[in-house]
Design a protein around this ligand. Sequence first.
Ligand SMILES: [Zn+2]
Length: 342
Amino acid sequence: MLDKLDALQQRASAALEALTDLAALEAWHAQYLSRRGELTQLLRSVGQLPPQERPGAGQRANELKTALEAAYERRQADLKRQARTQALTAERVDVTLPGRPPSLGRLHLSTQALRRIYAIFADMGFQVYRAPDVETDELNFELLNMPPHHPARDMWDTFYTTREGVLLRTHTSPGQIRAMRDYCPEPIRVILPGMCYRYEQVTARSEMMFHQVEGLAVGKHIAMTDLKGTMTEYAHRMFGEGRKMRFRSSHFPFTEPSVEVDMDCILCGGEGCRVCKYTGWLEIAGAGMVHPVVLRNGGYNPDVYSGFAFGMGVERPAMLSHSIDDIRYFFSNDVRFLEQFG
Ligand SMILES: [Zn+2]
């Protein structure tokens, strides 16, 4: 009996040392110390021993039980402490690590250019006037002195909608009529920014959609010199002080007289290069004095009021400033392109 108890003690102690987690510890407890455990079975069998052996064996078995229970509790405490330490290490939050910055959006290059234009014209007293992208033929063409079959319409291949006489605006100029009818007979100083649409072949030089900024000033005694001064101030603020300006006569149905506004080439400074087609000049706007017919369509008497208007692109100047050689990048949504202009 005593040999059995010694053997049990050795096996139980070795097993207790070897186990490494709480589940194994519980299994160990069940094997040796539970009601059906090996030690309990031995204790029960003490009663079947010859009387002279019982006290020694009983005492030895009880000592062993106490010893194993104490060892069990120590081991349990050890394992719990170990488990907690492991959990703390594994789930540790390193407060010294720098935070992960959220990925920030940024303004589209066209929006950046538009905002610079707004700021420059705001300083000259121009308000932003919003007009719709979907227009009527009447506002897009007719009231701007382009009746049906007018040859100037050939300049634009147009997106017509399925509804008769409704189209995507080909320019921001219909906003001129809307602004005049809103403000008449007050004087006007507005810019009309927005997207324009033309059913054109898309190439590196031309997109089927692009931004324009239209400008309109109407009042008494507005003269060509006001237009020239405004355009010159804009070019100096946008492209650099001291830029040379040139006003070339031109034709638009809704202005009379009409001019093309040129600026000396920002790449070659007027020497002549590939971008300015070796002329030394870059066209930055079309402009002119508001045609009397258009003034009248807006509600103003052309014998009393006069005005000037201009229209300019937004993407083309941005292409020049940033040496971008393909306008299609602007709306192709390639983040690698957009991220370069934070
Ligand atoms: Zn040039």
